[in-house]
Design a protein around this ligand. Structure first.
Ligand code: PEP
Ligand code: CO
Length: 451
């Protein structure tokens, strides 16, 4: 039995001896333990071999040979575990990836925030509703968003429900991605239907023409559209490894290699609020062999990040560790260059991913969280330029988006304004790009990625 840190003591329960942040207080611990036991007996959600393939692809991204598109909801919610919604999210991710593959002339590594993104860190453990104080909503795997004490009381059964909903989601994702739905034939009809929805923008038109031409060319020379390469894609899964009890229950030894893997998803990340170098989350994830992400916001110390990187990736294995920075459109200029230099001078092999969402969130009228499409584009543009200037490699983007026509982020070619947010604001957590804004962003990224 091997962990990812071969020379130091680790077990899947060792995190329990470290200080831990952002955990729910379960009212019934006997019930919690019963649920965790059940989950520990249930089958793995993913196969360790898939997580190893993802790590190899991420290693390519760290050298600029592939591009990472990590995207999905801020928080999946149990009610949205529904076929057409999953289908629409998948469709938008695949559309984006076709645009990006064509423009960047390299592989696009698709990773969903999907099939397990059910637990959320919060800025405050409680919330005041009128004169009452109730626990904050911590994601559907913990409690329910309605502002009542009953709904907000953590219920451990939700972890089991989350496991099954993740399974159902993943089952449909696998059916779509392996069963021909991702075929380029479909891409062709999508490009007709949705790329044409954009107003005449010569930048986009030229790309669409090129993509259509490439597809027609393959048709014309008789490349068999039944071949697996044209019919199958892989969408890897990821979520924030926040509820360590749940993650522990799904952590198993891979019988092929004898190494420990967290089988709840292919990739797990540590949030900006739970990355204490001597905390439980770093302790847990340092031992599993999955590819790991680490969110880094403006509130960090470079020495701290160095320590965490050494703990999470002591062998400096490429693809093992992604630093997902989330500084904001302006602050990226201040915080990214010194971080890149420090990591470079240590010789750390890192996949650099730009989370262009979490540093650009603000609240309007004291009620709705939103983000500006233009800030998102700006953070990504700045991120790319800084990497170029520093001689480091930008590996990809991390986005919160949905396949639905929601009105949560401001801007895009329809020029959504803050007064439009009420039209279809659905998220219980962070605001997401809608399907059109997402595809538009892919067109914008295409310009940045041009080889
Ligand atoms: C998130 O990704 O939804 C999130 C909470 O991010 P961060 O940890 O970067 O704040
Ligand atoms: Co979020």
């Amino acid at each position: 039995m091997m962990n990812a840190n071969k020379n130091s003591k680790w077990s899947k329960t060792s995190w329990r001896n470290f200080p831990i942040q952002q955990q729910p207080v379960w009212p019934d611990t006997a019930l919690r333990d019963k649920v965790l036991k059940k989950i520990a007996r249930l089958p793995s959600l993913v196969f360790a071999g898939e997580s190893r393939s993802l790590k190899e692809l991420l290693a390519e991204a760290s050298e600029g040979k592939a591009f990472v598109l990590q995207a999905g909801d801020c928080a999946e919610d149990f009610n949205r575990c529904h076929g057409p919604l999953i289908h629409n999210l998948l469709k938008v991710i695949l559309q984006m990836s076709i645009i990006l593959t064509y423009a960047g002339e390299k592989k696009v590594v698709k990773i969903g925030r999907i099939a397990g993104q059910y637990a959320k860190p919060r800025s405050s453990p409680t919330e005041s509703i009128g004169d009452r104080v109730i626990p904050s909503y911590r994601g559907d795997m913990v409690n329910s968003p309605e502002p009542t004490l009953r709904a907000r009381t953590p219920d451990p059964q939700r972890m089991l429900e989350g496991y099954f909903r993740a399974t159902a989601t993943l089952n449909l994702v696998r059916a779509f991605t392996n069963g021909g739905y991702a075929a380029l034939d479909y891409a062709h009809s999508w490009s007709e239907a949705s790329f044409n929805a954009f107003p005449k923008n010569p930048k986009y038109e030229e790309l669409v023409k090129g993509i259509k031409k490439a597809i027609n060319f393959m048709d014309a020379i008789g490349i068999d559209s039944d071949s697996p390469q044209l019919n199958q894609v892989t969408l890897y899964t990821s979520h924030e490894a926040l509820l360590l009890e749940y993650e522990e229950a799904l952590t198993r030894i891979d019988t092929t290699t004898g190494y420990w893997y967290d089988t709840s998803a292919n990739m797990l990340w540590i949030g900006d609020r739970t990355r204490q170098p001597d905390g439980a989350h770093v302790e847990f994830l340092r031992g599993v062999c999955n590819p790991i992400g680490l969110k880094v916001g403006p509130d960090h110390k470079i020495d701290e990040i160095k320590r965490i990187v050494e703990k999470l990736n002591p062998d400096n294995e490429p693809g093992r560790l992604s630093l997902i920075t989330r500084f904001g459109a302006e602050k990226v200029n201040i915080f990214l260059p010194p971080l890149l230099r420090a990591m470079k001078s240590e010789g750390f092999k890192i996949v650099w991913i730009c989370d262009a969402m979490h540093g650009n969130t603000y609240t309007i009228r004291n009620e709705q969280k939103t983000r500006k499409y233009n800030d998102i584009v700006k953070e990504i543009t700045n991120f790319w330029q800084i990497h170029q200037a520093e001689g480091t490699t930008a590996g990809g983007v991390h986005l919160e988006l949905t396949g639905e026509n929601v009105t949560e982020c401001i801007g895009g070619h329809r020029q959504l304004l803050d007064k439009d947010l009420n039209l279809n604001y659905q998220t219980h957590c962070d605001p997401r790009l809608n399907a059109e804004q997402s595809v538009e962003l892919a067109f914008e990224l295409a310009g940045i990625l041009k080889p």
